[in-house]
Design a protein around this ligand. Structure first.
Ligand SMILES: *Cc1c(COP(=O)(O)O)cnc(C)c1O
Length: 374
């Protein structure tokens, strides 16, 4: 029995070696000494790197503490997503995607279709993807969905997908492995961007894929070698270092998110408030059955685009920036990107590790100022 805090600080740390650091520093090597037959674990820097090995062991342990699993780290979340889809699906196969997931999924769809792969889409809410599994090769789930924060039942979808002969991948970026463990819920692949809450400082890009079936892992690993979508050793090392505080960050940010959501729920200018951790949220019951923490992302609508822009401008402790999961709060008007089905005043708010009373006071003042000017 190991708790999340203990696991976060120890995951992937090698056995102690006298006079060596606890977490060995990044290994910068394009090639390794390789006398004779190429039998060693480290040969060439696109295939393997000891800094990745430590990080991969850590991520596998976090995503699958009770059963052995393999992680494969990538240069970004999109590299990891592409690796699963493109290493599994072949021309003539069918893939089911969410229609309300991460904003680059429509680009992925175009690419899959260009390779002769049929793509079906359905919303995350109401497990609507269930109706599209017939004959599918792979089901892609994103829960909670980004940015709408709908939740679907991973166990139920995975069971039906497996009955239909489809593999199941879950994008676990928003929840992080401390919020939800898709492999335990029946998924074949847990996939994520490590750029967000996993590493939490907004200073690196990373992605990963974790699976329990070594044959699936091997295909993903081969894909990485073929396309070369590898993380640099410095990024891998920084990511591993950041995991030590994952538990502290996840707890603090989720507590702050709930406190802020409760404060926002009392504001008349805020509508469509979503946070899976809020007991009144339509997703709360389902989220409670499969999530262990509810994450740090809140979304809501302000009356219109100008109101939302004044609000963002008035915030002092919250940066107007995209992405989420960092220790410093950020918020953005999601409509500025186009592509997401959101209203002009829709705000995606990523709650950081500040003191909740400071954050709530800043948000309430910014709402007051934005409202006074209308
Ligand atoms: C950011 C994000 C990605 C893409 O990750 P990158 O590291 O930016 O490539 C994929 N899925 C979700 C849910 C994300 O939020």
């Amino acid at each position: 029995m190991t708790g999340d805090g203990t696991r976060s600080v120890r995951a992937g740390i090698p056995a102690p070696v006298a006079y060596e650091p606890t977490l060995p520093g990044p290994v910068f090597a394009a090639h390794f000494h390789l006398p004779g037959e190429a039998a060693g674990p480290y040969t060439y820097g696109r295939d393997t790197n000891p800094t990745w090995t430590h990080l991969e062991r850590a991520i596998a342990e976090l995503e699958s503490p009770d059963e052995s699993a393999e992680a494969v780290v990538f240069a970004s979340g999109m590299a990891a997503i592409s690796a699963v889809l493109l290493s599994q699906a072949r021309s003539g196969d069918t893939v089911v995607l969410p229609d309300d997931g991460y904003q680059a999924l429509p680009l992925v769809r175009e690419q899959l279709e260009a390779y002769g792969i049929e793509v079906r889409t359905a919303p995350t809410a109401g497990d609507a993807q269930l109706a599209h599994l017939d004959g599918a090769k792979l089901l892609w789930i994103e829960t909670p969905s980004n940015p709408g924060l709908d939740v679907c039942d991973v166990r139920r979808l995975a069971r039906s997908a497996h009955e239909a002969g489809a593999l199941v991948a879950v994008d676990n970026t928003l929840a992080t492995p401390l919020g939800q463990r898709p492999l335990e819920l029946g998924a074949d692949f847990a996939v994520a961007s490590g750029t967000k809450g996993l590493t939490g400082h907004g200073d690196l890009l990373l992605g990963y894929v974790v699976c329990r079936d070594p044959r699936l892992a091997a295909r993903v690993r081969t894909w990485r070698k073929v396309v070369g979508a590898i993380p640099g050793p410095m990024e891998a090392w920084l990511a591993h270092r950041s995991l030590a505080t994952l538990h502290l960050r996840a707890d603090r940010q989720a507590a702050n998110a709930l406190a802020l959501a409760e404060a926002l729920a009392k504001r008349g200018e805020v509508t469509g408030l979503r946070y899976p951790g809020l007991p009144s949220d339509p997703s709360h019951r389902l989220a409670s059955a499969q999530m262990r923490r509810f994450g740090c992302v809140i979304s809501f609508d302000l009356p219109d685009r100008a109101f939302a822009e004044r609000f963002l401008e008035a915030l002092r402790l919250v940066d107007d920036a995209t992405s989420f999961g960092g220790v410093r709060s950020t918020a953005e008007r999601r409509g500025r990107w186009g592509g997401d089905a959101v209203a002009e005043g829709f705000i995606r708010f990523s709650v950081g590790a500040e003191d909740a009373p400071d954050l709530i006071a800043d948000v309430e003042r910014a709402l007051d100022e934005a409202g006074a000017a209308s």
